[in-house]
Design a protein around this ligand. Structure first.
Ligand code: A3P
Length: 301
């Protein structure tokens, strides 16, 4: 039997060191059991609310840039173009047929590295991981959770410091966050050609540089001609927070039970300082520093 806990009225189960919301736990086991990665597949991995939507838009645009498909980004939410393994493909079917998806297939997941299906590690498929300052992640997630929780849900809305206390203990969907990041960080260090490790803050600072880096990593490098034509800047603009947020397709409607608009809130670095006290930040920082010690991974808190 698995350890369980109550997280804001939701049941979380602990499996192999990580917490999962109960409804999404069986799909994770199905992914482990049935998903077979192919060499050309691309896996976008992330901790929730770390820039997944942005990474989906960028990767989709990079690999489809010579194809009319790129215009799909203006008529579809990025999550409709790049499905989650555990929330979309394996949610209602134990072993779905993935043949119909266009190639190269791009999948996304929040599953921790150690719990990925073996075929992801054993095939030549590429993995891109994005993470973010954990305090910004926490604030982003809290807004996302509240925004998508109906008032008449029987969910007791906790105070920020109660959520934060659980967060520091690692109790959060797909948490503990530091272990999640370390899993992909170590995999990246072990094989730089297999796992690309990105931080939201770096992408914000120099988007064009990372678009090039992603393209090279995926073996879809930009030609000199393309660079001259400004293709990188065009992808950067197309996938920018302002552009995506203001597209009609992202303003209304839902994906499952989630409001499409809730994927685009503020899109900034450092919003946590508006909510988290210095004492709370200090608590998290101490915990983070001891987890990350000697790893080379760090965030400014
Ligand atoms: P905030 O809540 O801080 O605004 P995810 O995509 O993993 O769910 O993460 C969502 C976070 O990324 C939200 O952060 C959201 O606003 C931000 N975001 C979404 N699209 C973005 C984009 N194109 N560029 C930068 N940030 C983006």
């Amino acid at each position: 039997t698995l350890q369980q806990t109550n997280w804001a009225g939701r049941r979380l189960v602990k499996y192999d060191g990580f917490w999962y919301q109960l409804p999404f736990f069986p799909p994770i086991l199905s992914v482990q059991k049935y998903f077979r990665a192919k060499n050309r597949d691309i896996i976008l991995a992330s901790f929730p609310k770390s820039g997944t939507t942005w990474l989906k838009a960028l990767t989709f645009s990079i690999v489809n840039r010579n194809d009319l498909n790129i215009s799909l980004l203006t008529s579809n939410n990025p999550h409709e173009l790049v499905p989650f393994l555990e929330f979309d493909l394996y949610l209602h079917q134990e072993n779905p047929d993935l043949q119909h998806l266009s190639c190269p297939k791009i999948f996304s997941t929040h599953i921790p590295f150690k719990s990925l299906p073996e075929s992801i590690r054993e095939s030549k498929c590429k993995v891109i991981y994005i993470c973010r300052n954990p305090l910004d992640q926490f604030i982003s997630h809290l807004h996302f959770f509240l925004e998508n929780t109906k008032k008449n849900d029987s969910v007791p809305l906790l105070e920020l410091d109660e959520y934060f206390d659980m967060y520091c203990q690692g109790i959060h969907p797909f948490g503990p966050i530091c272990d999640h990041m370390l899993g992909y960080w170590n995999a990246h260090l072990e094989n730089l050609n297999k796992v690309l490790f990105l931080k939201y803050e770096d992408l914000k600072q120099d988007t064009a540089f990372y678009i090039k880096k992603i393209a090279e990593f995926l073996e879809y490098p930009f030609s000199v001609e393309e660079e001259k034509q400004g293709v990188i800047e065009e992808i950067s603009r197309l996938c920018s927070f302002e552009n995506l947020k203001n597209l009609e397709v992202n303003k209304t409607g839902h994906i499952g039970v989630v409001k499409k608009s809730s994927f685009f809130r503020k899109g900034e670095v450092g919003d946590w300082t508006n909510y988290i006290t210095p004492a709370m930040a200090e608590r998290f920082k101490k915990m983070m520093e001891s987890k990350f010690e000697g790893s080379g991974l760090m965030f400014n808190i």
